[in-house]
Write a protein that binds this ligand. Structure first.
Ligand SMILES: Nc1ncnc2c1ncn2[C@@H]1O[C@H](COP(=O)(O)OP(=O)(O)OP(=O)(O)O)[C@@H](O)[C@H]1O
Ligand SMILES: [Mg+2]
Length: 238
């Protein structure tokens, strides 16, 4: 059996102060095997993005444990978590989060340079070519379409060869066809590199392409299953 790359135990988190406090994650248990693709679904406000932030080490639990590839993020210092994230976790957001005054190439290369990776610009160039943007290296985000910006963000996320790729509504800001192309790219990269993919989506067709769907409601996991074969078959044409 594949080894769990994500192991979340009794994960509990309340955000906000006093009257504005929200019990966002209510003792969540979740184990994900290396190489799985998991779609997290559920109503707005159910805690999906917060769960992803916990998986990325960007949000700390109040109680419970989070192990990524055997490493206990809950017990690490902020610096240790940041270092671990830089080497092991790629993140893609709905609104791309590119740095506007850096070119596509710089957006991918600079984080590598900051992590002291050798040949950062060459790796960045290769990653951009691999997402189909070999002709857009010197473009700034404002000169790129939404789909192209998300390709840059995917290249940036994949450049350090992370074991885990996390995406929060990666197609949410894109039209249907562009969103489908971005999903194709994410699944292709996941398959090619054996990366574990955890994504949040409101799009049932995208969730159905994942090998497993986890549904949340009010801070809890209410179902956890592989999609129905018929639904998966429709969504993934041969
Ligand atoms: N910093 C915060 N302080 C207080 N409450 C917060 C904070 N961040 C999130 N919440 C609350 O936690 C709940 C879960 O938020 P989260 O962003 O995880 O939901 P979501 O499932 O991703 O929703 P959506 O589908 O709309 O993106 C929401 O009710 C939200 O208002
Ligand atoms: Mg969200």
């Amino acid at each position: 059996m594949a080894k769990s790359i994500i192991d979340l135990r009794k994960a509990d988190l309340t955000l906000g102060q006093a009257a504005a406090s929200v019990h966002v994650l209510k003792g969540i248990d979740l184990a994900i095997d290396a190489g799985e693709s998991v779609g997290i679904v559920g109503p707005s406000g159910s805690g999906k993005s917060t769960l992803l932030m916990v998986l990325a080490g960007l949000e700390r639990l109040d109680s419970g444990e989070i192990h990524i590839d055997g490493a206990g993020l809950h017990a690490m210092s902020e610096d240790e978590v940041a270092d671990f994230r830089g080497r092991n976790i790629g993140i893609v957001f709905q609104s791309f989060h590119l740095i506007p005054n850096m070119t596509a190439l710089e957006n991918v290369a600079v984080p590598l340079e900051l992590a002291n990776v050798k040949d950062a610009f060459e790796i960045a160039r290769r990653e951009l070519v691999a997402v189909g943007l070999g002709e857009r290296l010197s473009h700034y985000p404002g000169q790129l379409s939404g789909g192209e910006q998300q390709r840059v963000a995917i290249a940036r996320a994949l450049a350090p060869s992370p074991k885990l790729l996390i995406a929060d509504e990666p197609t949410g800001n894109l039209d249907t066809e562009t969103g489908r192309q971005i999903a194709d790219l994410l699944f292709a990269k996941q398959a090619e590199r054996g990366t574990t993919l955890v994504l949040v989506t409101h799009d049932p067709a995208l969730a159905a392409r994942c090998s497993r769907q986890v549904a949340m409601r009010s801070g809890e996991i209410v179902s956890d299953a592989a999609p129905l074969p018929a639904a998966a078959g429709e969504a993934v044409p041969a």
